[in-house]
Ligand binder design. Structure first.
Ligand code: ADP
Ligand code: MG
Length: 477
């Protein structure tokens, strides 16, 4: 009759008791529960990951020897680790792992790196390499250097730098960066990975999107290899998971992620996560995961302001060896305020149009191209709105604009307002004149001509008008 797990384990314990100090025995062996015997494998349940690691480190030799007496020389040990004891809503979560060190110890190859003996099937292994290496899946173009800092991202960027300098040994664990589409989550997450590799080349870094993680998990699950999957991820020093919001569709992947998260966090490894919402708003993610996300730091990414957008475009052009008139850069930066991906998209379209039509990039072309990006004018802008914007811009009182004052700065503000009213509204010259204290249409024509002339000759004046033009355009969106 085959021996039961209880019998085998009790026989092992009899020997262990005699060898191990009583206090150690109570601490490390009494809590172990024999689960089952599968052929020559004894499965034992241990209360935690830490417990498992302690046994592997200190007692695996003893365990191996006693077990071989019971089950023969091919005896093997497997641990069932309680990852989470569960509650009313969640079943207890356990994970089975083989005793890795047994083979090493019996072969007297104690210095052998764990990785080589590891039976894990590595989903990212580079074929052809002798030693198991993990391709970090990083794109080298995403660096901190190319990630422009602004008010919009300062906290997230700096926390990311700290994490990259001291992975695992900082208070931002996990670091969660969140923000809308195209605001730089992937760029920042990858920059952290690249920086870790640059500063600590021996660290095992892995970037993976949650979708890829889920797909891999499902593949391994179909092949009954979930333990391999979990075990593989537990080898990582810096695990970066992008777009964790997609876990909401994958309950069992969340369990695996939870097990991995706990192991890595407990072993002082670094986790970096990105998400399209702050953790508290992530629907469909288990509360126990969300509560762990709150252990570290959550930092948001916002849409950069106008100046930062200019800087981003400038940097992008510099990296790609491109050039564009400053006014075009300003125009694009001013008008694209949805996200950075669109900002880059506008630049690419502009380049494409310019080379297709063999013409220089100028404001004219930019306007044409941006029409496809920017929502077409929905609001009808009024003469009053324009007047008020101009007054505010030049800091002149609104009522003076309508009076007969001939002071230079008032005259100029008045002329520019007329020019913009002509360009941006469908009002007749007569109507425009009426809005300026009852002037006639020839005054309006004269004003528009004066503005055009001055724009050709006075560069400061031109800049002012351009900037106002952009403001008006924006207001009309
Ligand atoms: P997300 O992952 O949030 O959707 P990405 O990281 O893919 O956004 O960013 C979209 C594009 O914008 C990328 O090409 C990225 O390089 C660029 N980008 C985002 N933030 C910055 C920044 N602060 N400086 C420079 N480029 C940025
Ligand atoms: Mg992304």
């Amino acid at each position: 009759m085959p021996k039961t797990a209880d019998i085998v384990w009790n026989n092992c314990l009899k020997i262990i008791k005699d060898i191990v100090e009583w206090q150690h025995y109570k601490t490390w062996f009494e809590p172990i529960r024999p689960v089952e015997i599968k052929g020559n494998i004894l499965l034992i349940q241990v209360p935690s990951q830490f417990f498992y690691e302690y046994l592997e480190e200190h007692y695996v030799n003893l365990l191996a020897k006693t077990l071989k007496r019971e089950l023969g020389k091919d005896a093997r040990l497997e641990y069932r680790i309680m990852v989470d004891s569960g509650n009313n809503n969640n079943k207890p979560l356990t994970m089975d792992v083989p005793a890795n060190n047994i083979k090493t110890y019996t072969n007297n190859e104690m210095d052998f790196p764990l990785v080589i003996n590891n039976p894990v099937k590595n989903p990212f292994v580079i074929p052809g390499l002798k030693k198991m290496q993990i391709d970090p899946q990083l794109n080298p173009i995403y660096t901190f250097d190319s990630f422009i800092e602004g008010d919009c991202n300062r906290v997230a960027r700096r926390a990311g730098k700290t994490v990259a300098e001291k992975p695992g040994a900082n208070s931002f664990n996990p670091l969660v960066v969140y923000g809308g589409v195209g605001l730089g989550k992937t760029h920042l997450a990858q920059a952290i990975g690249n920086e870790v590799k640059r500063l600590h080349s021996n660290k095992v870094v892995l970037y993976v999107s949650s979708e890829k993680f889920i797909n891999q998990f499902q593949d391994h699950s179909r092949n009954n290899a979930i333990n391999d999957f979990i075990h593989f991820y537990q080898l990582i020093d810096v695990l970066i998971i992008d777009d964790v919001q997609f876990f909401n569709r994958a309950e069992r992947s969340q369990d695996a992620f939870f097990a991995i998260f706990n192991h890595l966090h407990q072993s002082g490894k670094q986790l970096v996560l990105s998400s399209d919402k702050p953790p508290k708003d992530l629907d469909g993610l288990q509360e126990r995961l969300l509560s762990r996300f709150r252990w570290g730091l959550s930092a948001d990414l916002q849409m950069p302001d106008y100046d930062t957008r200019i800087e981003i475009l400038d940097r992008k052009m510099k990296n790609d060896g491109l050039d564009m008139p400053k006014e075009v850069v300003k125009y694009v930066s001013y008008n694209i305020n949805s996200n950075i991906r669109e900002l880059e998209g506008a630049l690419i379209s502009l380049l494409a149009q310019s080379s297709l039509n063999k013409r220089e990039i100028d404001l004219e072309l930019a306007k044409k191209v941006l029409r496809n990006f920017v929502k077409t004018s929905s609001k009808e802008i009024t003469i009053e709105t324009i007047q008020k914007m101009v007054c505010e811009y030049f800091d002149v009182p609104y009522d003076k604009l309508l009076q007969k004052t001939r002071k230079r700065e008032i005259v100029q503000a008045r002329q520019i307002s007329m020019y913009l009213a002509k360009a941006f509204t469908k009002n007749s010259l007569k109507t425009i004149g009426e809005h300026f204290g009852g002037r006639d249409h020839t005054t309006v024509i004269h004003s528009c001509q004066t503005v055009k002339d001055l724009m050709d000759t006075d560069s400061l004046f031109r800049e002012n008008v351009m900037e106002l033009q952009q403001k008006v355009q924006l207001a009309a969106m």
